[in-house]
Design a protein around this ligand. Structure first.
Ligand SMILES: Cc1ncc(COP(=O)(O)O)c(C=O)c1O
Length: 420
C-alpha cells in the first residue's frame, strides 16, 4: 500500500479505500454529462443516459402521493426501532405478503434499512467472514462487488452463464464454479428478476437452485428488488413460495428503489427466518437505518390498495411499452439482444460490431457511442461479462420521446462506426 497525499494519516482500512479503484469510467462520465441532458428544444445534442438503473417513467403516478399533505406524528422525529418501527413492519408484512412474496410473512421476519445495498452489506457481514466466497451469476449487477467485497472483505466467485443458453444458470454452472473456486464458498446471491438480463426465473428453475444450495447447506440470498417490475409472459415467482418456512439458510432482499422508482428514499427490506441474522442485522442497523419520515411516507403508499392497483398496472404497462420501443428498433436494424421480460434492461449484443473480441475493442465502441452519440450504455466489463461486446441498455431511465431519440442515435452511431 503506498501513501499518497490523500491517504496520509489514515488507517490501513482508510488507505485501502483511497487506493481501491475509483468509480468506473462510465459512471464518472455519467455524472459529468448529466449536467447537460438532452432536451428536444434547448439541447437537442444533449446527453442521454442509458446506464442508470432507475425508472423515470412513473413520476406522474407517484407525484400525487409524494406531494399530498399528510398527517405527521411527532414520533417520526425521534429514535425508534432501527430496523423499522413495528407498526411500519406490520404494514410492510401485509403489503409484502400480497404483492411481493406471494405468501404470508410476519413483521418479525422483516428488517428495514437504507436500501437493498445496505441490507446486502449488513446481511453478508453476518453470514460470511472476510476471505470467504459468495457465488454470483454473471453477467451481474455491478454493485454487488462494492456491497460484498468493499467493507465485508468477501470474495465473489463468478458463475458465468453461457450466451447460447441466454445466460440462465442452474446447478451445472453452480457446480462448475464451486469446483474451481479458490476460496471456501459460504453463500449464493441469486437475482430474479435479473439485472442486467431482465429475465425472470420460473418456479422449477428456482426450485433447482434452492435444492442445490440446501444440499450443500450454504446460505442463499434471493435479490428480488425487481419483483413488481415484470411486463412479459413469465410471472414473477418469489423464492418465498417454494417452502412453507424459509428456514435458517434462505434470505430475501427487496427495496422500494426499483419497483416504486424511489432509489433516493433509501429503503430496503430483509426477509429472513434466521433469529441470529436478525440479531446481527439489528446490532448494525443504527448506522444505516431508514428515516422515520421516509417510512411514514412509504406506509401511506403500501396501505393504499386502490392506488397500488393503479400504480403497479401503470408501471408495468409503461415498462412494457419502453421495452417494445427498444426491441422493435433493434430488430429493425438487425442488432441482436437477449430477450427480456422484466426490470429496466435489455442486454444488447454488440459483439458483431467490435473491431476484435477484446476488452479494448469494447471500450473503443463504448467511447464512440459516448462521443459520437452522447449516449452512455453500461459496458459488459462492468457487468463482469465473460465476453466483450455485451452492453446493458436501461430503457426506463428517460421519457419515451427521449428513448426514441436515443435509439436513433445508437443505430446511427453503429453505422458510422462500421464505416469509419
Ligand atoms: C439487483 C440489485 N440489487 C440491489 C440494488 C441496490 O438497490 P438500492 O438502491 O436499494 O440499494 C440494485 C440497484 O441497482 C440492483 O439492481
Amino acid at each position: 500500500m503506498t501513501d499518497t497525499p490523500q491517504s496520509q494519516g489514515l488507517s490501513r482500512r482508510g488507505r485501502a479505500l483511497v487506493d481501491s479503484p475509483s468509480m468506473p469510467t462510465y459512471l464518472l462520465e455519467h455524472f459529468v454529462r448529466s449536467a447537460e441532458p438532452y432536451d428536444a428544444a434547448s439541447s437537442p445534442h444533449g446527453y442521454i443516459p442509458f446506464c442508470v438503473a432507475e425508472n423515470s417513467l412513473v413520476w406522474d403516478l407517484i407525484e400525487p402521493k409524494v406531494t399530498a399533505a399528510r398527517a405527521i406524528e411527532p414520533r417520526v422525529l425521534g429514535y425508534d426501532d432501527m430496523v423499522g418501527p413495528l407498526h411500519f413492519r406490520e404494514a410492510l408484512a401485509t403489503f409484502m405478503s400480497k404483492w411481493v412474496l406471494g405468501r404470508p410473512v410476519r413483521a418479525e421476519q422483516l428488517a428495514v434499512l437504507a436500501g437493498a445495498g445496505s441490507i446486502l452489506e449488513t446481511l453478508f457481514y453476518t453470514l460470511a467472514d472476510a476471505g470467504e466466497g459468495v457465488l454470483v451469476p454473471t453477467p451481474s449487477y455491478a454493485g454487488f462487488w462494492m456491497d460484498l467485497e468493499g467493507r465485508d472483505g468477501l470474495s465473489i466467485v463468478e458463475v458465468p452463464g453461457r450466451s447460447d443458453a441466454q445466460f440462465r444458470i442452474g446447478p451445472a454452472e453452480l457446480d462448475a464454479a464451486v469446483a474451481t473456486a479458490e476460496v471456501p464458498v459460504r453463500a449464493l446471491l441469486f437475482t430474479s428478476p435479473n439485472n442486467p438480463l431482465g429475465t425472470v426465473y420460473g418456479p422449477e428453475e428456482l426450485e433447482a437452485i434452492l435444492a442445490w444450495a440446501e444440499a450443500r447447506q450454504i446460505h442463499v440470498v434471493f435479490d428480488e428488488v425487481y419483483a413488481l417490475s415484470v411486463f412479459g409472459e413469465q410471472a414473477f415467482t418469489s423464492a418465498a413460495t417454494l417452502r412453507e418456512e424459509l428456514g435458517d439458510y434462505v434470505h430475501i432482499v427487496w427495496a422500494f428503489s426499483k419497483d416504486f422508482a424511489a432509489s433516493g428514499l433509501r429503503c430496503g427490506v430483509l426477509v429472513s427466518d434466521n433469529a441470529g441474522v436478525h440479531a446481527g442485522v439489528s446490532s448494525l442497523s443504527y448506522w444505516s437505518c431508514c428515516s422515520g419520515d421516509t417510512l411514514a411516507l412509504l406506509k401511506d403508499w403500501i396501505t393504499d390498495e386502490a392506488w397500488l392497483d393503479t400504480y403497479v398496472q401503470g408501471m408495468r404497462s409503461r415498462l412494457g411499452e419502453a421495452h417494445r420501443t427498444v426491441t422493435a428498433h433493434l430488430a429493425a436494424h438487425d442488432v441482436a439482444c437477449v430477450p427480456s421480460e422484466a426490470a429496466f434492461f435489455v442486454l444488447v449484443d454488440l459483439r458483431a460490431h467490435l473491431d476484435e473480441p477484446t476488452w479494448q475493442a469494447e471500450e473503443d465502441l463504448w467511447r464512440w457511442l459516448l462521443d459520437e452519440a452522447n449516449l452512455n450504455l453500461t459496458p459488459g466489463v462492468a457487468l463482469r461479462s465473460e465476453h466483450p461486446g455485451l452492453f446493458r441498455l436501461c430503457f426506463a431511465s428517460v421519457p419515451p420521446a427521449t428513448l426514441q431519440v436515443g435509439m436513433n442515435r445508437l443505430t446511427a452511431a453503429l453505422t458510422s462506426y462500421a464505416s469509419r
